[in-house]
Design a protein around this ligand. Structure first.
Ligand code: TYM
Length: 333
């Protein structure tokens, strides 16, 4: 059997440059490396603090469009929508019994995201879905026997938990029902930082949207965001994450888009000031996003949705087979 590669993106808000460079670019590069399953993680989006039911279908379509514009071939790559495959929910429901509240509450992302649910009076109303999020993700992966999981570095811990769950179940039942997955990262885009606060991740949900580049942003706005990115007073283009996090982030962004070496950029801007460097970064990013936006405009939406529908059916067959096998193992069949 061809090795399986799987990943997904939540349809919360718009896709960011961080999502693109940390994950989507990898999907495209891995297309010929195995059987690729790429989905829209709409069930995951329910636990987000800015989840808006009325925008969900539009956001799902936007993710699909970006996948397509990035060069994913929807005939060979199985691009699908998570909630259209009921086995994801069934697998999640079974797997929560093989995880502990302790290990879930230790997840860094849970700690970060749950702080957003703190109210002014100090009380917290954290949705249980935020705690159980990594188990849903484990189900996504284990249902398809996927072994390679292309993600940004922030998802490493979740893939490791998936490995633990798979090994735990295999050992408990003395079987090899689950393959053991590995995270797969890009060299440069594993973590793109916020432009205004380069100590935090660029994210769909950061409060100040000036620090986040969205793929659908107006090109002039993107240029403005880059030109106002936080830098430092050293005025020398160097890769030093500790003392020059803003400049290092911009170097990373350029190298990730152009697939170039950091040293090459540092040499190129040795005697130049930050304004000249930022202008260059803005040119590279605007050009890159402009091309993506042009591809997005050309998409025939009906054709795209027909392909997704076919893929949903295909994925249902695979996922149903696995959940049946697992139900038998745990005595539900
Ligand atoms: P999401 O939508 O939060 O992020 C989607 C992907 O984008 C990566 N990413 C980044 N990479 C680099 N720099 C950034 N600033 C940045 N921001 C986001 C994330 O690491 C991720 O790869 N839980 C997943 C979705 C998911 C999934 C799965 C992934 C659900 N089930 C199964 C793999 C396998 C997530 O974080 O989505």
């Amino acid at each position: 059997m061809k090795k399986r590669i799987l990943s997904g993106i939540q349809p919360t808000n718009q896709i960011t440059l961080g999502n693109f460079l940390g994950a989507i670019k990898l999907f495209e590069q891995l297309q010929n490396e195995g059987e690729l399953f790429i989905f829209v993680a709409d069930l995951h989006a329910l636990s987000s603090n800015n989840y808006e039911p009325k925008k969900m279908q539009e956001n799902i379509l936007n993710v699909l469009k970006v996948y397509y514009a990035a060069g994913l071939d929807f005939d060979t790559t199985k691009v699908f929508i998570q909630s259209k495959i009921p086995a994801h929910t069934e697998m999640f429901n079974a797997l929560i019994n093989f995880t502990t509240i302790g290990e879930l509450s230790r997840m860094t992302q849970f700690k970060d995201k749950s702080s957003k649910f703190k109210m002014n009076n100090g009380t917290e109303k954290i949705p249980t879905g935020l705690l159980t999020y990594p188990v849903l993700m484990a189900g996504d992966i284990l249902l398809y026997d996927a072994t390679i999981i292309p993600v940004g570095i922030d998802q490493k811990q979740h893939v490791e938990l998936t490995r633990d769950i798979a090994i735990r179940i295999n050992n408990k039942f003395n079987t090899k029902i689950f393959e053991i997955p590995e995270p797969y990262f890009s060299k440069t885009g594993t973590k793109i930082y916020d432009l205004i606060n380069p100590k935090i991740k660029m994210s769909k949900s950061n409060e100040n949207t000036n620090g986040t580049i969205f793929i659908n942003d107006d090109i002039q706005i993107i240029r403005k965001k880059i030109m106002s990115a936080m830098t430092d007073n050293l005025n020398s283009v160097n890769y030093d994450k500790e003392n020059q996090p803003g400049i290092s982030n911009l170097i990373n962004i350029v190298c990730s888009i152009n697939e170039c070496d950091k040293d090459q950029i540092i040499m190129q801007f040795k005697d130049k000031n930050y304004k000249e460097f930022k202008t260059y970064v803005a040119d590279v990013v605007c050009d890159f996003i402009h091309n993506l936006q042009t591809e997005i405009k050309k998409i025939d939406i009906n054709n795209l949705l027909n392909k997704v529908e076919k893929n949903n059916q295909y994925c249902n067959e695979i996922a149903n087979k696995k959940i049946n096998e697992f139900y038998k193992l745990i005595g539900l069949k």
